[in-house]
Design a protein around this ligand. Structure first.
Ligand SMILES: [Zn+2]
Ligand SMILES: [Zn+2]
Length: 317
């Protein structure tokens, strides 16, 4: 190895401002409701942004990145194209002038071709009620979008393996670093149970089903969780919740995979949405929705008040 290369590999990694380094060269930041990740790539003196958060996150990310010597990542990788993961992607990709990688089955939602299947507010929980108001229109990144290589190996991310983990969306991917078993799970599952308002407020760490209102194939989601459990991760960062690490991480994820239970009812529980490289082909018919929009608004206001109260109590404790 050349001295210069050796120096690069051992240089001290400085995470983006506000990001926490939780494994060598891997940092995350929770913005609003979702986690973004950066991966340092010392071999190439570069870094990669994994997911971009809501559209309002763009100025913060740009400011944090501008403080670094290499203020542009080599690329952006999206676990999937939902608004909370890809909301800032158009802005960031344009300013940085970098490619955006996503799975082929996710590309139609990033090139303006297809809307995601409708969210399912009937599946249970506050987040599901709020999904009535979430956007699902596609982004249009034009030719900045590149399909992830089908062998799972991306030149910009040496040592990492991209795992296709469909279920939450058809082209959802997770990222796995083999040498220390670090897993970025995206929304293949959560590390907080979003069905419980109290647990969500205190960010109680546990493996939990993917965001239910937006998961459109529960059989595939279960298989994907098992696929990730088989990797025996030592540290997991999911799209929602705090990271989970420790010697029992693999066992805990294995147990979760074995006991995985889809919601009891919901639009996609018995029948999945079907999609291909051109987008959505079919969705199951809507199920009875007992909560009209106005009542949902009242419920959300009540939940927000309860959340404020719980946060105050949590901080005071
Ligand atoms: Zn999602
Ligand atoms: Zn998400």
């Amino acid at each position: 190895m050349q001295p210069e290369q050796r120096e690069r590999r051992t240089r001290h990694f400085v995470p983006l401002g506000g990001f926490n380094e939780v494994a060598p060269g891997v940092a995350y930041k929770t913005t609003a409701i979702v986690n973004l990740q950066t991966i340092d790539v010392p071999e190439q003196s570069s870094w990669v942004l994994v997911d971009t958060g809501l559209s309002i996150s763009a100025p913060f990310i740009l400011r944090a990145a501008a403080m670094r010597p290499n203020s542009r990542p080599s690329c952006i990788v999206l676990t999937h194209g939902h608004f909370d993961h890809a909301g800032a992607v158009e802005h960031l990709a344009e300013i940085w002038d970098v490619p955006v990688y996503a799975h082929a089955l996710e590309v139609p939602y990033l090139t303006g071709k297809s809307k995601y299947p409708p969210f399912d507010p009937t599946v249970g929980g506050v987040m599901a009620q709020m999904s009535r108001f979430y956007p699902r229109a596609p982004y249009d990144l034009g030719d900045r979008v590149r399909e992830l290589p089908s062998n799972g190996e991306l030149d910009e991310l040496p040592g990492w393996y991209i795992v296709h983990t469909p279920g939450h969306t058809a082209g959802h991917v997770s990222l796995f670093r083999e040498h220390d078993a670090v897993l970025l799970a995206g929304d293949a599952f959560c590390t907080v149970d979003q069905r419980s308002l109290a647990k969500t407020v205190v960010q109680y760490r546990e493996f939990a089903i993917p965001p239910a209102y937006a998961t459109t194939d529960w059989d595939a989601a279960r298989h994907s969780v098992q696929k990730l459990a088989d990797l025996r991760p030592s540290l997991v960062i999911a799209g929602h919740g705090q990271p989970i690490a420790g010697p029992d991480t693999a066992e805990r994820l294995e147990r979760f995979a074995e006991e995985f239970q889809p919601p009891e009812h919901g639009r996609y529980v018995r029948q999945p949405a079907v999609a291909d490289e051109n987008g959505v082909i079919s969705v199951p018919p809507p199920v009875a929705d007992p909560v009209p929009r106005i009542a949902a608004g009242v419920a959300i206001a009540g939940a927000a008040a309860a959340a404020t109260y719980l946060i105050k109590r949590h901080k005071a404790a």
